[in-house]
Write a protein that binds this ligand. Structure first.
Ligand code: GLU
Length: 460
């Protein structure tokens, strides 16, 4: 799409809970579009829900997006020409615009109580007609009340706009009742604050989740009534669903929580790659995309309309690919926060066997925990204990490196006359306390020799 004015896009997360996976995916698509067009990416904080906002949730949004490398050009912490970027600090602007709408006859004060509105709603239900506000306070305003909300007087007709994913959209606004734009507490509704800010911040392309598609006609009517310029286009991106097609729920689906991926040691670049492919397909077989390759390949035409199902297996595969492609130095650096009990030199030595066995960095803890926690000695029968003693004897004169350890153990296996598995399992158990470990010769070599041998002796 040819664009003549400078592109400005935004995300507008609400700090009412942990940072959501959908925020990352929306941010990614916004950034891809902005960077491709040489535009500006704005982070706005939609925090008009005074009861549910928390500063720590806002901090989580910043942290998670920065971890992913999705940095913004303007935002609450960065400033910019349209500061402030927190809606809670822009309330005067919404009040000003609401007052103007009232003055021009496009909005009116509504004094109805929640009970009265509920009664209207129930009546509509009983009459089997869709509910729309009766306009009682427009037609016949009471003169003995002082608490009011502000309602937009919906002009009706048809609202049309261009969606870069869904094409030309049409909505019948005659079906929309007059809706509230300022609540009785003096704060704006999302439906009002969002288009006011988009217009005042000169956002040219509104790229957001599909759940907001039905909000767009409301918001465009407001933009028109205020005489603001409409965004050039919208893009409503597919919702991220759970694997079974259910809506992602914060309670049921851990993948909804963006911070979790960092905690579990997914690589940010792999998660971005995965998220890009979740709603979009490049039209080729290629699956691994660097950010620059995404920039090159991405287009809204190839964004799917249906919801996108989150698939842990695919993410795990992709993260494993990224881990295998890191240099030793880079992988060691990434592992450090997970292995704070392990010295740098040992991390280095653990990398060759670890690299191919991990699909996320936190798995290194499962493999290496035995280095800093003594496992309880297993109880062994006499015959097994005898073989463990044979292993100690074989290992004592052996130089403490994986290869010599491997050949010493192989010889001991041969002498013992039992299978490798049978010989190694009690050793692994005594050494690591686990059923699964790195290959046994690596597991030995990573632990100082005296410690390793004393664990075996203790078990035998
Ligand atoms: N605060 C809204 C949300 O988090 C923003 C929606 C929009 O992009 O307009 O869903």
């Amino acid at each position: 799409m040819a664009v003549s004015e400078p592109v400005r896009v935004r995300i507008a997360p609400s700090p009412t809970g942990f940072a959501h996976l959908g925020t990352a995916s929306t941010a990614l698509y916004n950034i891809l579009f902005a960077r491709k067009q040489g535009g500006t990416f704005v982070l706005r904080i939609d925090d008009t829900d005074m009861e549910r906002n928390r500063p720590e949730y806002e901090a989580l949004i910043y942290e998670s997006l920065r971890w992913l490398g999705l940095d913004w050009d303007e935002g609450p912490d960065k400033g910019g020409p349209d500061a402030p970027y927190r809606q809670s600090e822009r309330v005067d602007l919404y009040r000003e615009d609401a007052a103007r709408l009232i003055k021009e006859g496009s909005a009116y004060r509504c004094y109805c109580t929640p009970e009265e509105l509920e009664a209207e709603r129930r009546q509509a239900q009983a009459d089997k007609r869709p509910y729309r506000y009766s306009r009682r306070c427009l037609l016949n305003p009471p003169d003995d009340r002082s608490v009011f909300a502000v309602r937009f007087k919906v002009p009706g007709g048809e609202v049309t706009f261009t969606d870069m994913v869904r094409g030309e959209m049409r909505f019948d606004a005659d079906l929309i009742g007059d809706f509230i734009i300022m609540k009785s507490d003096g704060f704006p509704t999302y439906q009002f604050a969002s288009p006011v800010d988009d217009a005042r911040m000169e956002i040219t392309h509104v790229i957001r989740g599909e759940e907001h598609l039905s909000n767009t006609p409301y918001q465009l009517m407001l933009v028109d009534a205020l005489g603001y310029k409409r965004p050039v286009a919208y893009a409503h991106m597919p919702l991220i669903l759970a694997k079974d097609g259910a809506k992602l729920s914060k309670r049921k689906h851990p993948e909804a929580n963006l911070a979790l991926f960092r905690e579990q040691g997914y690589l940010p670049e792999a998660l971005l790659n995965y998220l890009a492919l979740l709603g979009w397909n490049p039209g080729t077989e290629q699956e691994i995309f660097s950010f620059d390759q995404l920039l090159e390949a991405f287009s809204f035409e190839r964004v799917q309309r249906a919801g996108a199902r989150f698939d842990w297996e695919k993410l795990n595969w992709m993260d494993g690919e990224y881990i295998r492609n890191l240099s030793d130095d880079e992988l060691a650096t990434r592992l450090e926060p997970f292995l704070q009990n392990v010295d740098g030199e040992t991390i280095r030595r653990a990398i060759p066997p670890l690299r191919t066995r991990m699909f996320k960095l936190s798995q290194s803890v499962d493999y290496l925990e035995y280095l800093w926690t003594d496992p309880p000695p297993p109880s062994l029968d006499a015959e097994t204990a005898q073989r463990v003693r044979a292993a100690v004897d074989a290992l004592r004169p052996t130089p403490w490196e994986p290869e010599p350890i491997e050949s010493a153990l192989e010889k001991a296996v041969e002498t013992s006359g039992v299978s490798k598995g049978k010989f190694y399992n009690p050793l692994r158990d005594a050494l690591t306390g686990k059923k699964v470990s790195l290959p046994i010769h690596y597991a030995f070599a990573l632990l100082p020799k005296d410690k390793a041998l004393s664990r075996l002796e203790r078990a035998a």
